[in-house]
Design a protein around this ligand. Sequence first.
Ligand SMILES: [Zn+2]
Length: 139
Amino acid sequence: MNYPNCPKCNSEKVVKSGIINERQRYLCKKCSYHFTVNKLGKQIDNYYVIKALQLYIEGVSYREIERLLGISHVSVMNWVKKYRIKAPDNNEYHPTYKILKHEELVSYLQSRENIHGSGMLITELGDKFMVIKWERFKE
Ligand SMILES: [Zn+2]
């Protein structure tokens, strides 16, 4: 896959850095400049399709997925239909999540309290990380 060169310094050292309003966002490793390219339309990377469906199964709402991934909830609903995803009923746990930078993630994990007592998943989100945790509904 061809990545665009950085529009600021013309470096080729460019990495993907999330999606904003359905535009692929890139980060230039050389000058730290963020930029986006034209609308992806239907060509949204499968990486984000899978990520969106993962969140859907975890019980994250369409609107929240839109906010987190920058992909419209209509696209996500279409994928749920297309791949016939059915999230299992879940009345016991609800997901909570945090978006953390790498340093924040490291210090978050250092505290045993933060990772004790519930399931947890860490997934990459652009140049940050998302920690999804399950908490029991209060009885
Ligand atoms: Zn650059």
